[in-house]
Write a protein that binds this ligand. Structure first.
Ligand code: FBP
Length: 280
């Protein structure tokens, strides 16, 4: 695992350098979700694939930016899914973006997940790595230094409601409005990594990206985004659900499958489960 951790750190430093290079625009290619790829998406994908290719324990990798998985070392025991530059469309307005990694043993799948990690590229570069504990690292003078262990409170103050509101189910809108009536503060940038990082570091709240009329299976991808954050939120003492069941009990049929998702402290997640049990 140490060699994977080191490869992710090397990737993060190289991606930060790539982000700082100006004039990287849109390529003419599309990813598996039909989204036009930034040249930066492709470059960051290549950086991670290259760094992981040097790690003998990595059997197979799967990227949000590529249709198919890629076998690197047939004798390796770890399978790694990653979103190389989540929220990349925010680069041109200078908002924070991130890289997300899911680490699985023996094969992909929530039941095989043994660690997960994300890097947030903002005013500072920070990394959160979760195995049994959730640990925060800060990039300082070219090295990631351990800062602290992260734990969520039972209840928070922040609300990050994703998706287009006009396409939310009525009961979902009423639930979100109810939280705001309780005094929750809106914190949503459109970047999954910084939005979830903020809730983790500020002690709690709720991030939601529900099933909507335009995205009935949700938008966020199970292997590349939802499972890794579910693992981190649970290890930090929080909850990750699709509204009906635990995210880490979900399977997947195709690498790019999506899922509605809610990540938060226990108090907020309980409300989600109650509302969705009655309505969904
Ligand atoms: P990409 O992987 O294409 O960047 O999309 C993912 C994402 O940008 C997440 O980072 C974010 O949580 C979500 O989409 C925002 O979606 P919306 O703009 O529909 O709220």
């Amino acid at each position: 695992m140490r060699d994977i951790f080191d490869a992710i750190q090397k990737s993060a430093k190289r991606i930060k350098e790539a982000i700082d290079v100006k004039d990287i625009g849109y390529s003419q290619q599309e990813n598996s979700s039909g989204e036009t790829q930034l040249e930066l998406d492709i470059k960051c994908d290549m950086i991670i694939a290259e760094e992981l290719s040097h790690v003998a324990s990595v059997n197979t990798i799967s990227s949000e930016e590529k249709e198919h998985a890629e076998v690197l070392h047939e004798k390796g025991e770890y399978f790694i899914s990653y979103d190389p530059l989540d929220g990349s469309s925010l680069i041109d307005v200078n908002l924070s973006v991130g890289s997300i990694f899911g680490i699985y043993k023996g094969d992909f799948g929530s039941q095989n997940m043994i660690a997960s990690c994300y890097v947030v590229y903002g005013p500072r570069v920070e990394m959160v790595f979760a195995e049994n504990k959730v640990k925060l690292y800060l990039l300082q003078a070219g090295e990631f230094e351990f800062v602290k262990e992260i734990r969520l409170g039972e209840k928070g103050k922040l609300m990050a409601p994703g998706g287009t509101q006009q396409n939310w189910p009525t009961y979902h809108k009423e639930m979100i409005d109810g939280f705001f009536k309780e005094g929750y503060r809106l914190r949503y940038s459109g970047g999954m990594v910084p939005d979830l990082h903020q809730i983790l570091l500020k002690g709690g709240g709720l991030f939601s990206y529900p099933a909507t009329s335009d995205k009935p299976e949700g938008k966020l991808r199970r292997l590349f985004e939802v499972f890794p954050f579910a693992f981190i939120y649970e290890k930090a003492g929080g909850v990750a659900t699709d509204g009906k069941e635990r995210v880490l009990n979900l399977g997947y049929a195709h690498l790019h499958d999506t899922s509605p998702c809610f990540f938060g402290s226990k108090y907020e997640a309980q409300r989600v489960k109650e509302v969705y049990a009655k309505n969904a």
